[in-house]
Design a protein around this ligand. Structure first.
Ligand code: TRP
Length: 450
C-alpha cells in the first residue's frame, strides 16, 4: 500500500479528471452506432432512464467504496467483506479486455486523421473506402500498434497530466465543433427523417436487445463495473460532495454522446441508409467523411475533428492502461517500466485478432461475431453485468446500503436520490441484471431473438 494517497485537488479537479476519462470513444464512436442499430429514439429514452437511475447508483456506489476503503479495486472489495475479494479480480479482467480493442479503434482514428491532414480525407468519403481499409492485413495492424505505443509512451513518461491538461482545454472545442457539424448535418436534404428516428421514441422498435445494448453502453461510457471508479474514489477527498460530482459527470458524458449521435445518425439516413442496422463499429468512419466532403472547408474541419477525437480517445486509453499497470505493479511487485512494457506486449497480442477481424481473419466468427465485437460483447455484456450484480449484492444485502449512504453524506451533503439508490441497488438492479444475463444465455442457444 502507498504511504500516503495523493488526492485530487478539489471538486472541479475531480470532476474534470473523471469526465476526461469518461468521455472518449464510448461517446463518439460506440454510442451512435448502437443508437442507430437499436431503434433510435427508443434506445435514447431507455439509455437516459438508465443513466439517472442505475448509472447514477453504480457510479456513486463505486466512488464511495473507494473513498471509504481508501484502497484500489483489487483490495477494496476484500476490505468491505472478505468473501468478496474475488470481485476485485473479476473487475480487473474488464479493462484488460477493453484496452486492446480500444486501441484498434484508436488506430482507425489515427488513419482517418492522417488522411484528412495529408489532403486525402475526401477520398475517405467513398463508400468502399472503409471496407478497403479494414480488410487489409497491414494498415489496421500498424495503426493499432502506433496508437498503443503512443498510449504506452505517455503512461511510461508519466506525462498523463500534461496530456490531460491539453485535452481539457481542447474538449470544449470538440464540443463546439460537434454542435457545428450537427447543425450542418441537420440542413442536408433527407436528414430530417434521421433526426426524427433519433429523437422520437418508437415503441415498435423496442426489444430486450435495446435494453441490453443500452445497459452495456452505460457501463462502458461511465467506466463503471470495472473497478476503475473505485480506485478513483480512493483519491477523492473526504469533504467532496460525491452526489453533486456524479451529476456533473453524467450530464457531461451523456451530452457528448447525444451530440455525437446528432452528427452521425442523420448522416446515415442521407448517405448510407442501408448501414443503419448493419453499420456497427464502422458507422462513424463510413458516414462522417461523406459529411465533410459536402461541407465547406470539409477537409480542414475533418482534420481538426479527428485530431480532437484522437485526444479524447487518448485520455481514456491512458487511464485504462494506467489502471492495469498499477494493478500489475502492486500484484507482482514489478518496476513500473516492466509492467508498462508487459501490458503493452500483452495488449498487442490480444489486439491482433480484433485488428484483423474485418479482413484477414474475417471468416472467423465467435458466437457469430467478429473478434472486436466479441471482445466488446464479452466485456460490456457479460463481465460487467456480473461485476455489477455482485457489487449490488455486496452493498445491498451484505454490508447494507446504509454503510455507503453514510459515506456519501458524512459531511451533511444532500443525497437527493437516496430512495432511488436504495431500491435500485437492493432490488431493481439485481433483478434486471439477472434478466439480462439469462436473456443472453437463451439468445446464444437460439431460444429468443437477439
Ligand atoms: N468511458 C470511456 C469512453 O467512453 C472508455 C473507458 C472504459 C474508460 N473504461 C474506462 C476510460 C476506464 C477510463 C477508464 O470512451
Amino acid at each position: 500500500m502507498k504511504e500516503e494517497r495523493s488526492s485530487f485537488s478539489g471538486k472541479l479537479g475531480f470532476i474534470l479528471a473523471a469526465a476526461g476519462s469518461a468521455v472518449g470513444l464510448g461517446n463518439l464512436w460506440r454510442f451512435p452506432y448502437l443508437a442507430a442499430q437499436h431503434g433510435g429514439g427508443i434506445f435514447i429514452l431507455v439509455y437516459l432512464i438508465l443513466v439517472v437511475t442505475f448509472g447514477f447508483s453504480m457510479l456513486i456506489l463505486e466512488l464511495a467504496i473507494g473513498r471509504k476503503t481508501k484502497q484500489s479495486s483489487i483490495t477494496a472489495y476484500t476490505k468491505l467483506h472478505k468473501k468478496f475479494g474475488f470481485l476485485g479480480y473479476l473487475a480487473a479482467i474488464v479493462p484488460i479486455i477493453i484496452l486492446p480493442y480500444y486501441c484498434v479503434i484508436g488506430g482507425w482514428v489515427i488513419k482517418y486523421m492522417m488522411e484528412f491532414l495529408t489532403g486525402g480525407g475526401l477520398e475517405a468519403a467513398d463508400s468502399a473506402y472503409f471496407g478497403g481499409f479494414v480488410s487489409q492485413a497491414g494498415e489496421p495492424l500498424i495503426f493499432f500498434v502506433i496508437y498503443l505505443l503512443a498510449t504506452m509512451v505517455i503512461v511510461l513518461g508519466g506525462v498523463q497530466n500534461g496530456v490531460e491538461r491539453v485535452s481539457k482545454v481542447l474538449m470544449p472545442v470538440l464540443l463546439l465543433l460537434s454542435i457545428g457539424i450537427s447543425i450542418y448535418v441537420a440542413t442536408i436534404d433527407g436528414a430530417w427523417d434521421g433526426i426524427k428516428y433519433y429523437v422520437l421514441p418508437d415503441l415498435s422498435n423496442f426489444s430486450m436487445s435495446t435494453v441490453c445494448a443500452a445497459m452495456g453502453q452505460l457501463f462502458f461510457s461511465l467506466s463503471i463495473a470495472m473497478g476503475i471508479m473505485v480506485s478513483y474514489g480512493s483519491y477523492v477527498k473526504d469533504d467532496i460532495d460525491l452526489s453533486g460530482c456524479v451529476n456533473h459527470i453524467e450530464i457531461f458524458d451523456t451530452s457528448v454522446a447525444l451530440l455525437s449521435g446528432f452528427m452521425i445518425v442523420p448522416a446515415v439516413f442521407v448517405f448510407a441508409p442501408d448501414k443503419l442496422n448493419t453499420g456497427g463499429p464502422g458507422l462513424m468512419f463510413e458516414t462522417l467523411p461523406m459529411v465533410f466532403k459536402q461541407m465547406p472547408f470539409g477537409q480542414v474541419i475533418g482534420a481538426v475533428f479527428f485530431v480532437l477525437v484522437l485526444l479524447a480517445a487518448l485520455t481514456s486509453s491512458i487511464s485504462i492502461m494506467e489502471a492495469i499497470v498499477s494493478m500489475v505493479m502492486d500484484k507482482f511487485k514489478l518496476k513500473r517500466w516492466i509492467a508498462v512494457v508487459g501490458v503493452t506486449v500483452f495488449s498487442i497480442l490480444l489486439g491482433i485478432p480484433s485488428a484483423w477481424g474485418f479482413g484477414l481473419w474475417g471468416d472467423v466468427k465467435i458466437l457469430g461475431m467478429d473478434f472486436l465485437t466479441f471482445f466488446d460483447f464479452l466485456a460490456n455484456s457479460v463481465l460487467m453485468p456480473i461485476v455489477a450484480l455482485a457489487t449490488c449484492i455486496l452493498v445491498g444485502w451484505v454490508v447494507k446500503t446504509k454503510t455507503i449512504e453514510d459515506e456519501i453524506t458524512k459531511n451533511g451533503e444532500k443525497f437527493a436520490r437516496k430512495g432511488i439508490f436504495r431500491v435500485m441497488v437492493r432490488y431493481i438492479a439485481p433483478v434486471f441484471l439477472i434478466m439480462i444475463l439469462v436473456f443472453y444465455t437463451l439468445a446464444q442457444f437460439g431460444l429468443v431473438n437477439y
